[in-house]
Ligand binder design. Sequence first.
Ligand code: C5P
Length: 289
Amino acid sequence: MEIQEKAYAKLNISLDVGAKRADGYHEMVMVMQTVSLCDTLSVRPAEDGRLSARSNLRFIPNDDRNLAVKAARVFLEAAGESGRGLLLELQKQIPVGAGMAGGSSDAAAVLRALNRMAGGRFTRQELEKLAEQVGSDVAFCVAGGTALARGRGEVLEALPSLPDCTIVICKPEFSISTPELFRKLDSAPVRHHPDTAGILDALERQDLRAVCRRLYNVFEDVGDRRMRTVAQIKSRLLDHGALGAVMTGTGSAVYGVFTDADAAARAARELRGEYRFACVAEPVGRLME
Ligand code: C5P
């Protein structure tokens, strides 16, 4: 039996970083949004009894360094089926090293798929607990939608959905390493913080413009030379009529929010000619209740 599952990308509506904790992780406050750009996962039993992954991208590891494999191992262990062989096949569309939780989303899709195969044995809350063992962003990706994430990113609260809009996502050639950017932040304290309370209030009122005025990511202010390119892409999105634009996660992808789908399509077309990746996407609601 083969089972398929979509692994959706996430964007940060806001990203705030607080103190570094004793365990080396940073205290985060993030408003997150699932979007329609997605990888496709298919899972099938492996005759050789091995657990492995395969993907359309050659540079992605197929062993335990792949979060999808790690997630399957964590799931099988919790289900008491550690010896089971599975082939996880990933059709990647989400750019790698972009701040869109591509690897985490694949891992969460594995948890949902294996749970479906097991007849819904675990609840959403239980899957989120398993997800925490895999990586900081994986728990959010289990149910997705619009959510406030705290702690390492695993303490979640569902929020009212982002109002309808069209999102243009653009990623420049370079990728940014997550641990590297956290280290930079440690040597230069955060000067400005996002207005998280204002974003929560705007979502409550379903005021898209008020949300977009508050898009903010503290990583844009770490004094990294590459943020100049990020700022250039933001300007281009705003010139095309975006209500707001911001970098997602630790970058390097940047997105802009549009109410005019035609303007969004024009922006994506133009940016695609200049940068490595550009696409149009829409917000996606919660995947599990
Ligand atoms: O948990 P995950 O493996 O996704 O995190 C990758 C790296 O990002 C960590 O090793 C750490 O350097 C950094 N990180 C952090 N604080 C967080 C999340 C991630 O410092 N809340």
